[in-house]
Design a protein around this ligand. Structure first.
Ligand code: SF4
Length: 268
């Protein structure tokens, strides 16, 4: 990570295995737990990228590669499921909907190579969580520190709309990923789909949450098991071009995420 991104001493994982004061939150991972989780996360990434369980989405992601728009003609598309990526010791996990047909599905990295990613990673850079403001392709030098970016569904869906069956089939990948991000304390949901997916992932990893479940909204904040869940409107062109989501709005949510991560995710 280059120096422009700043340092994040306040949200670095602690060592040791003590429980969160007051009984809430996740206990700190030990060094061996952290090492085992990193190995398992790499194995999960490999498993995700080989998945072909949803025939409709497999066909769609591969069709996008065969018929790209003119601006991407001649490019070699990834055309496979897109895993999460970032800092395995992240305190902050960002959960989007799914890769874009000509963004993550093209480059192989989520939120990379499209306008949504441009908006998101510029904000992560301003927040000190990304080494550079652009996300062009794997190998472009971008690194995340203290943050991990992932999605509820790993294959690009037609019209950005996975079916409920596709959503549910893919959900265990997020559940397992969240369990392996042993230092995570704050989840930032990028849109309502990510909000619900995050709540389901928390339930899968940490036990049933009290009802009613918290509602999504921009800047919404809720305790979710050992995590704090924050909501932001999705950084889609539809939202950013219309001003529904502004730079200032996303910056404020990420700043709050950093504050919460520094306080170990507690909202008490
Ligand atoms: S959406 Fe998920 S479950 Fe379906 S094929 Fe892609 S990776 Fe597999």
């Amino acid at each position: 990570m280059d120096e422009e991104a700043g340092t994040l001493p306040d949200i670095a994982p602690r060592t040791g295995g003590s429980a969160t004061p007051g009984g809430r939150g996740r206990p700190d991972a030990t060094a061996p737990e952290r090492a085992r989780a990193a190995v398992a996360l790499a194995a999960l990434t490999a498993e995700i990228t080989a998945c072909r369980a949803c025939p409709r989405l497999v066909a769609w992601r591969e069709a996008a590669a065969v018929n790209p728009p003119a601006r991407f003609r001649g490019e070699r598309y990834w055309a496979r499921p897109v895993p999460g990526w970032g800092d395995a010791a992240a305190r902050i996990v960002l959960v989007g909907l799914a890769p874009a047909a000509h963004g993550g599905n093209r480059t192989g990295r989520v939120f990379t190579g499209d306008r949504s990613g441009d908006f998101l990673f510029a904000a992560l850079h301003r927040a000190g969580l990304a080494s550079q403001p652009t996300s062009i392709r794997p190998g472009d030098g971008l690194e995340l520190r203290g943050a991990y970016v992932t999605a509820a569904v790993r294959c690009a869906p037609p019209a950005n709309a996975p079916t409920p069956e596709e959503r549910d089939r893919c959900a265990p990948f997020l559940h397992r990923e969240l369990a392996l991000l042993v230092d995570a304390r704050v989840i930032v949901a990028l849109g309502a789909f990510g909000w619900v997916a995050a709540l389901r992932a928390v339930e899968a990893t940490s036990g049933r949450l009290a009802r009613p479940l918290p509602h999504f909204g921009h800047a919404a904040e809720a305790a979710a098991g050992p995590f704090t869940l924050l909501g932001t409107f999705h950084p889609s062109q539809q939202n950013t071009f219309t001003g529904r989501l502004t730079v200032e709005m996303l910056d404020a949510v990420l700043q709050r995420a950093r504050e919460l991560a520094a306080s170990r995710g507690s909202v008490e």
